[in-house]
Ligand binder design. Structure first.
Ligand code: NAD
Ligand code: LMR
Length: 331
């Protein structure tokens, strides 16, 4: 029998939370790195949640996942991030009814200073970091700025949930399966200023615009539904999205490590290199392709009409404002 490959070490913060509960079994089942690659879960929590985390550990053990070679549960970031190949930074407060995601910035932002440093000092040389805790773009900026050793290209924040929401809205409108829709783009911030762009999206072999034949729907209901979907879930569930967020985190990480399909892209918030005139250094959502080894590239050459350019500016301006509100946390 062929020897098993070296296990991948995956750090998950906020592992005893709502998203963690949906995320951990899927990672342990091998959905990120594939069915041949063993995994070690390195779970970080705050001290009051260690008891609950121990219960999650018991449940993971009771799943007897063939690929799961270890579970670390700790409140010490230096232990959680030790030799990690992938860090999923989920641990942060979710918003409640009536709040915007940006309202969390002063409460959650400081978490990412210490975690950025601990990643810098402990993670594997090839570490990739995905920030999910909100406001995720700016939290990613904070963590990245505390971690000088880890290249900026190894940091991403999650807008895959918005991307999936946009696909679902178009599929529902046109009356096709979700799998028939591709190449939507989420631009900017994971907030209600984000710009979900449909003009390059495809429904099978058609443009989404041709398939839906209703530009007014795209400009109004489509954009606002995607922008406000997180709020709608909070209002309905009384809690922020968790299953769909964990699913999006799985999609994001899987695409990063196993690649985007030929001819398709996804949306990820990454450190801007100035593409599309988005200020260099901001963590903005872009259309990206992934080569399957943890690397992404921004898709170039997409055009904007005046409507789109205006919306892009609004969301990029919000990213600048969020950055300016946390200058004391940036190093
Ligand atoms: P939750 O409250 O159920 O769980 C969060 C967990 O994080 C808790 O168990 C808490 O103890 C832990 N935690 C808090 N501070 C921590 C720290 N310093 N270190 C380690 N763990 C810590 O929340 P949730 O529903 O799992 O959501 C987590 C975050 O993800 C929220 O900020 C939420 O807004 C965000 N979120 C983002 C997206 C996205 O698309 N980017 C989608 C959904 C939720
Ligand atoms: C979401 O988009 O569902 C999450 O970011 C949670 C929220 O606060 O909206």
């Amino acid at each position: 029998m062929a020897a098993m490959p070296t296990p991948k070490r995956i750090a998950i913060t906020g592992a005893a939370g709502q998203i963690g509960y949906s995320l951990l079994p899927r990672i342990a089942a091998g959905e990120i790195f594939g069915p041949e690659v063993p995994v070690i879960l390195q779970c970080l929590e705050i001290p009051p949640a260690l008891g609950a985390l121990n219960g999650v550990r018991m449940e993971l053990e009771d799943c007897a996942f063939p690929l799961l070679e270890g579970i670390v549960c700790t409140d010490d970031p230096n232990i959680a991030f030790k030799d990690a190949n992938l860090c999923l930074l989920v641990g942060a407060k979710p918003r409640s009814k009536g709040m915007q995601r940006g309202d969390l910035i002063r409460e959650n932002g400081p978490i990412f200073v210490g975690q950025g440093k601990a990643i810098d000092e402990n993670a594997a040389a090839d570490v990739r970091v995905v920030v999910i805790g909100n406001p995720c773009n700016t939290n990613c900026l904070i963590a990245m700025s505390s971690a000088k050793r880890v290249p900026a290209t190894n940091w991403t924040a999650m807008t895959q949930l918005d991307h999936n929401r946009a696909i679902a809205q178009i599929a529902g409108r046109v009356g096709v399966e979700y799998r028939d829709v591709s190449n939507v783009v989420i631009w900017g911030n994971h907030s209600n200023t984000q710009f979900p762009e449909w003009r390059h999206a495809k429904v099978k072999d058609q443009t989404a615009s041709a398939a839906a034949a209703d530009e007014a729907w795209f400009k109004e209901a489509f954009i606002s539904t995607v922008q406000e979907r997180g709020k709608a879930v909070i209002e309905a569930r009384g809690l922020s999205s968790a299953m769909s967020a964990a699913n999006a985190a799985m999609d994001h990480a899987r695409l990063l490590f196993r690649g985007t399909p030929t001819g398709e892209w996804t949306s990820m918030a990454v450190c801007s290199d100035g593409s599309y005139d988005i200020e260099e250094g901001l963590i903005s959502s872009f259309p990206v392709t992934c080569d399957g080894s943890g690397n992404w590239s921004i898709v170039q050459g997409l055009d904007f009409d005046d409507f789109g350019r205006e919306r892009l500016e609004i969301t990029v301006n919000e990213l600048k404002q969020e950055r300016d509100a946390v200058t004391d946390l940036l190093s």
